[in-house]
Design a protein around this ligand. Structure first.
Ligand SMILES: *[C@@H]1O[C@H](CO)[C@@H](O)[C@H](O)[C@H]1NC(C)=O
Ligand SMILES: *[C@@H]1O[C@H](CO)[C@@H](O)[C@H](O)[C@H]1NC(C)=O
Ligand SMILES: *[C@@H]1O[C@H](CO)[C@@H](O)[C@H](O)[C@H]1NC(C)=O
Ligand SMILES: *[C@@H]1O[C@H](CO)[C@@H](O)[C@H](O)[C@H]1NC(C)=O
Ligand SMILES: *[C@@H]1O[C@H](CO)[C@@H](O)[C@H](O)[C@H]1NC(C)=O
Ligand SMILES: *[C@@H]1O[C@H](CO)[C@@H](O)[C@H](O)[C@H]1NC(C)=O
Length: 808
């Protein structure tokens, strides 16, 4: 029993442990995560060495996992991604995918599984992908497609499959695929093809086939495949093969019979004989476009054996990246007269052409479009190709000699003047370093491209008929040529510090001025561009000032006549330093930064206003007065204490020298001098009383001493203090308050020492509130009233004397 219980317990523990472990390994800790998603929810997790599908936000719309080292996709790796539109797993080492790995990708429209290690394809992968439009299964080592893979993919429009070991294609393999815009089949080693396997797809857009093995060894098989995908409206491209010997070309008979019109051969090698064979096979077939790219030719251009064939329907003839092994044996195109008189469009691009002889040019009588870009034409050989003064290529509309080592703008302008129908001239990526002051051009010229040259100045050489002018990637600093018809101007990659004057281009609708040295721009730069609709000015070193940020954000929001059509992210601040690299659309400058002057003046104004308000308030509340009084009082008190101490040291008693100190307003001086003093000091003869000594500030203050000290001193040396109250006393000026205040401290110390005389009727309410002590005294009725009537004055004097001489 116990043993059983122990086992049970261990089992339980183990279960618990494994559950815990399972939890951690299933959580995101084990799976790497990728956070490189942009604003459009497009996540670029490529080239990151991931070994497992990383966790990505489930809001992602596009997920690029290409070029990682992912080997398997489990059932759970892609759950929660029901919003995903595109999934790219190109270039991993995928060998296994769980049957329901894509089960929740209901929105998926593009799936790329190319360049992996899938040996078997499983139809269950695709069973839930009802929205899928593009599927790429190229370059995986599967031998066959297997059971019908694409049955449920009703929206499929682009299908690419095949790889190095694809061996067989059966009719059932492509069941359900009915209509495609693009089909790519890589079947270089196809051994078995069930006729008709690809024939049910229609309408069929662009088809690209690689059939190297069959074309060399099994022409019948190649012919069957080609026949099944050839239609007049379907451009057909053959890739990666050799067209050698007399057999290869025969495979194209089935296509020729279907009267294909557009034929492209890419990355192939061939010989004179095979070309003659090919020309014979398509004899009389209304091929309009013949495009040969990445061609290696072993031969001398001896194709005259096919000169009887009919190719009058040829419209476009394009050769790109042609390598002629024996280039010096290659005589001329003279024998190709039967080919060259028909096409309207000829391009020989990047094929080391150093001259097109005038004789050849004269064969091209129908030519409207000539592209000789990326070759070795010089000023001299181009003059030969255009037959110098002789009329030639009179139908030419477009001439492209971009990417040739041309040096003289005046030579080319002279040479093209006679092309009286020329509208487009592309002389970009050449060595022009100077622009002559005057040039001649055909009157029809509307488009001129001189980008990627070395121009540092523009002159009146530019034709005024231009509608589109590309001068990007030069060394231009300004632009002063009037071009009244110009609609499009490209000035990116130059050194402009500001916009050219808009008045030069009355009709300009589009301006490109990216990657220059603009610091900022604003409404004033654009105001003369009356018809501008479309502006691209990103990738400049912007100074994010308030005006600029405001203006640009307005433009980005669409609040203007002009629309910024380049990416929002290409407008970034270069300065100030703290905003460097920030996208202008996301910059928020505070009011303080943007309205500095206003801010400072407003805040100063407010501070000033507050300060004056406080001052007024303090003044209204007499705070200054109180402060001044307190200060004076403290000072006086101190000197009084000092005097007291001195007296104590000397042992002398407080010296009382006066009977009364009289405090009065200067305006009441006449009363004091005419009535009070004579009466009390006995200078009045009529008085029979014993004279008293009075202290009057006018008379008894020691000159030279501080007035406060004098007051304190006088009060201390007087037995009583007499206040002569009147309107004047109360309203007496500011400096009198000082005196008044200093009196009042006495009331505390010697409350009864004060005697109030009321010179005129004075109500308590007439006295300002801050003289609260005086008000208190008045309300306690201990004051003497100076009578108006003569007969009652005797009584007044008596009372006063009585009060003065009363015991303390
Ligand atoms: C994704 O990033 C890689 C480098 O990590 C880059 O090469 C690739 O161009 C990017 N793809 C896209 C679509 O931006
Ligand atoms: C990914 O695989 C390649 C080739 O298999 C290898 O060279 C490379 O080192 C691997 N990278 C990482 C990060 O494992
Ligand atoms: C061109 O074709 C050859 C085989 O003929 C192939 O090996 C090579 O990879 C191809 N090149 C390109 C760029 O596809
Ligand atoms: C042209 O045809 C003749 C006779 O059929 C043949 O002898 C000659 O070799 C051919 N020339 C080329 C370049 O194929
Ligand atoms: C001229 O050729 C270049 C390079 O092939 C191409 O980029 C340009 O668009 C062409 N110009 C015109 C006007 O077709
Ligand atoms: C001018 O030529 C350059 C280089 O060939 C090309 O990239 C550009 O698109 C052309 N400009 C216009 C406006 O077509």
């Amino acid at each position: 029993m116990t043993f059983q219980a122990a086992r049970c317990c261990t089992l339980f523990l183990l279960l618990l442990l494994s559950w815990a472990c399972g939890q951690t390994s299933n959580t995101d800790g084990d799976r790497p995560s990728c956070q490189r998603c942009d604003l459009q929810l497009s996540c670029n997790c490529s080239h990151s060495g991931f070994r497992h599908v990383p966790t990505v936000t489930d809001r992602a719309l596009r997920l690029d996992l290409s070029f990682n080292n992912i080997t398997t996709i489990t059932e759970d790796d892609l759950t929660d991604h029901s919003r995903l539109i595109a999934l790219d797993l190109h270039g991993n080492s995928l060998a296994s995918i769980h049957p329901s790995a894509f089960g929740s990708l209901w929105s998926l429209e593009e799936l790329d599984l190319s360049d992996n290690q899938l040996t078997v394809l499983n139809h269950r992968w695709f069973s839930e992908l009802g929205a899928l439009q593009q599927l790429n299964l190229l370059n995986n080592p599967y031998r066959r497609l297997g059971s019908p893979l694409f049955d449920g993919l009703v929206r499929l429009r682009v299908l690419e499959f095949g790889g190095p070991v694809l061996e067989e294609l059966k009719t059932a393999d492509l069941r359900g695929v009915t209509q495609l815009d693009r089909l790519t089949v890589r079947a270089n080693n196809l051994i078995s093809y069930e006729p008709g396997a690809l024939s049910f797809i229609w309408p069929l857009g662009q088809v690209t086939l690689s059939l190297r093995g069959p074309l060399l060894t099994n022409t019948a098989l190649a012919s069957a495949v080609l026949g099944d995908v050839s239609y007049p409206e379907t451009p057909l491209t053959l890739e990666d093969f050799h067209l050698i010997g007399s057999q290869s070309a025969q495979a194209f008979r089935s296509s020729a019979q279907k009267r294909i019109r557009q034929l492209t051969f890419r990355n192939f090698s061939t010989s004179d004989e095979s070309i003659v064979d090919m020309l014979e096979v398509i004899d009389g077939v209304p091929v309009t476009n013949l495009i040969l790219e990445d061609l290696t030719l072993t031969g001398e251009g001896r194709w005259e054996n096919a000169s009887w064939t009919d190719h009058r329907s040829i419209d476009e003839f394009l050769l790109r990246n042609v390598v002629i092994l024996d280039v010096f044996l290659f005589t001329s195109f003279i024998q190709l007269k039967f080919l060259l008189t028909y096409p309207r469009k000829v391009s020989v691009i990047n094929s080391q052409v150093y001259v097109m002889p005038c004789l050849t040019s004269q064969l091209l009588v129908n030519l409207q479009y000539l592209d000789l870009s990326d070759n070795l034409l010089s000023d001299m050989t181009l003059t030969e190709s255009l037959c110098d003064q002789k009329p030639t290529l009179m139908e030419l509309r477009v001439l492209n000699v971009s990417g040739n080592p041309l040096k003289s703008l005046s030579t080319i302008s002279r040479q093209v003047t006679k092309l009286t129908k020329l509208t487009h001239l592309d002389i970009s990526r050449s060595g022009f370093s100077a622009m002559p002051s005057h040039c001649s051009w055909p009157f029809t010229l509307r488009y001129l491209n001189i980008s990627r040259a070395k121009l540092s100045k523009v002159t009146d050489c530019l034709p005024t008929t231009l509608e589109v002018l590309d001068l990007s990637n030069n060394n231009l600093k300004d632009f002063r040529v009037i071009l009244p018809s110009l609609r499009e101007l490209h000035l990116s990659g130059n050194k402009f510090l500001r916009f050219p004057d808009g008045r030069l281009f009355q009709n300009l609708q589009m301006l490109e001025i990216q990657s220059n040295t603009l610091n900022l721009f604003g409404g004033s730069d654009l105001q003369f561009y009356k018809r501008l609709e479309n502006l691209q000015a990103g990738q400049n070193k912007f100074v994010c000032s308030c005006d600029f940020v405001g203006f640009l954000q307005l433009l980005l929001k669409g609040g203007g006549d002009v629309v910024l059509t380049d990416k929002e992210d290409s407008y970034r601040c270069d300065s100030p330093l703290y905003l460097q690299g920030e996208s202008v659309s996301r910059v928020h400058l505070s009011i303080i930064v943007c309205h500095q002057v206003l801010f400072v003046s407003v805040s100063c104004g407010v501070a000033l206003l507050l300060a004056s308000l406080v001052c007024v308030l303090l003044w209204r509340l007499h705070v200054f007065w109180y402060l001044k009084m307190i200060w004076a009082w403290l000072k006086a008190k101190r000197s009084s204490q000092q005097r007291q101490r001195r007296r104590n040291d000397e042992g002398s008693e407080a010296l009382i020298s006066f009977d009364a100190f009289v405090s009065y307003s200067e305006r009441d001086a006449s009363w004091v001098e005419n009535f009070l003093v004579p009466e009390l000091e006995g200078t009045n003869d009529s008085s029979s009383q014993q004279p008293l000594t009075l202290c009057l500030h006018k008379r008894d203050f020691l000159p030279g001493k501080w007035i406060m000290d004098n007051i304190m001193n006088s009060i201390e040396r007087s037995r009583r203090t007499v206040f002569v109250l009147s309107e004047n006393f109360v309203q007496s000026d500011w400096c009198r308050y000082e005196l008044d205040f200093s009196h009042f401290w006495l009331f505390d110390a010697r409350g009864d020492a004060a005697i109030l005389i009321l010179l005129e009727p004075l109500s308590k309410d007439d006295i300002p509130k801050r003289f609260y002590k005086l008000r208190r005294l008045m309300s306690s009725n201990t004051y003497l009233k100076w009578p108006e009537e003569e007969e009652r004055r005797e009584e007044f004097w008596r009372s006063l004397r009585c009060a003065l001489s009363g015991d303390e």
